[in-house]
Design a protein around this ligand. Structure first.
Ligand SMILES: Nc1ncnc2c1ncn2[C@@H]1O[C@H](COP(=O)(O)OP(=O)(O)OP(=O)(O)O)[C@@H](O)[C@H]1O
Ligand SMILES: [Mg+2]
Length: 256
C-alpha cells in the first residue's frame, strides 16, 4: 500500500514554528481531511510534502520510499500531485493545453526526438492530446476544451486544475481548499468526483474550511491549530472535541 505518512514533521520560518511535530497518514482509496483555523499551518504541510519547502525536522514517506529530502520533481514522479489554494492555471492557454501540461512528466520521447527532430515526439503529443480530451470528458469539460482557461467560471477552473493534477496519474492527491468560494451544488459535484478518484485507488488529503463538506467526504479528519495537531478522528467526534471548539472560537469559518 502506498499510503503517505508524515512522522514528526516540523517547519520553522526564522523564529516562527509554523508546523510542529505533525504525524499523519493518508491511506489510498480514501479522502482524509485536514482542517484548522487560518494560519494553522495546513498549506505549509502540503508544501513540505511536495518538497516546495524543506523540512526542519521529521520524515515524509510514501509506501517504502523515504521522500524527506527528495526534490519536488522526484516527489511528483513518485505520484504525489496537488492543487493550489489560489488556482494556478495558464489563463491565456486553452483548457486542453492546461491539462496536457499534466501529462508532461510521462513524455518519454521528448529528449531524444527533440534532439533528432523525429516523429516520436509528434506521435506522443497526439497521444497526450487524446488522453487529455478523455480526462476533459470525464470531468465534464470537453465543451470548453478550446477556450482560454481564464474565461471559465471559478468552479470550472477548479475542475481544470483537478484534471491537470489527475493527468499526472497520482497515487496521492493533495487538495488545498478545493471547494472554497463554491456553492453547495458546485461543491457537491466536485465531491462526487473526489469520491470517484478515491474509489479508483487514489489517496486524497483535503484541506477544507467547509465543515459540512469535510464531514460528508471524510472518514478521518486531522485538526491543526498554531502549527500543532490538536485532534484527529471521525469528523462528528472531532468537531465536538473541546480543544477543537476552543481553537475555532471566534473563527469565522467555524460554521462552514
Ligand atoms: N514561506 C513562508 N515564510 C514565512 N512564514 C510563512 C511562510 N509560509 C507560511 N508562513 C507562516 O506559517 C503560518 C502557517 O501558514 P499556512 O499558510 O500554512 O496556514 P494555513 O493553515 O494554510 O492557513 P489558511 O487557512 O489561512 O490558508 C502562518 O503564520 C504563515 O504566515
Ligand atoms: Mg492555507
Amino acid at each position: 500500500m502506498s499510503a503517505l505518512r508524515l512522522e514528526g514533521v516540523s517547519k520553522s520560518f526564522g523564529g516562527l514554528r509554523a508546523v510542529s511535530d505533525i504525524t499523519l497518514s493518508t491511506p489510498v482509496g480514501k479522502i482524509t481531511g485536514l482542517i484548522g483555523p487560518n494560519g494553522a499551518g495546513k498549506t505549509t504541510v502540503i508544501n513540505l510534502i511536495t518538497g516546495t519547502l524543506s523540512l526542519t525536522d521529521g520524515r515524509v514517506c510514501l509506501g517504502d520510499s523515504d521522500l524527506t529530502t527528495a526534490e519536488p520533481d522526484a516527489i511528483a514522479r513518485h505520484g504525489i500531485s496537488r492543487t493550489f489554494q489560489n488556482i494556478r492555471l495558464l489563463a491565456e492557454a486553452t483548457v486542453l493545453d492546461n491539462v496536457m501540461i499534466g501529462f508532461h512528466r510521462h513524455e518519454k520521447a521528448s529528449f531524444v526526438s527533440g534532439l533528432l527532430g523525429l516523429g516520436a515526439a509528434r506521435r506522443e503529443t497526439a497521444d497526450i492530446r487524446a488522453k487529455s480530451a478523455e480526462l476533459l470528458q470525464r470531468f465534464g469539460l470537453l465543451r470548453y476544451a478550446d477556450m482560454p482557461a481564464g474565461n471559465l467560471s471559478y468552479g470550472h477552473q477548479r475542475r481544470v486544475e483537478m484534471a491537470r493534477a489527475v493527468a499526472t496519474d497520482p497515487k496521492i492527491l493533495l487538495l488545498d481548499e478545493p471547494v472554497a468560494g463554491m456553492n453547495d451544488v458546485e461543491a457537491g459535484e466536485l465531491g462526487d468526483l473526489y469520491q470517484e478518484l478515491a474509489a479508483s485507488g487514489i489517496g486524497l488529503l483535503m484541506i477544507e474550511h467547509n465543515v459540512r463538506f469535510v464531514t460528508r467526504m471524510c472518514e478521518h479528519v486531522y485538526v491543526m491549530a498554531s502549527g500543532r495537531m490538536i485532534s484527529e478522528g471521525r469528523p462528528g467526534a472531532v468537531m465536538q472535541d473541546p480543544k477543537v471548539v476552543a481553537a475555532y472560537l471566534g473563527d469565522k469559518h467555524a460554521q462552514g
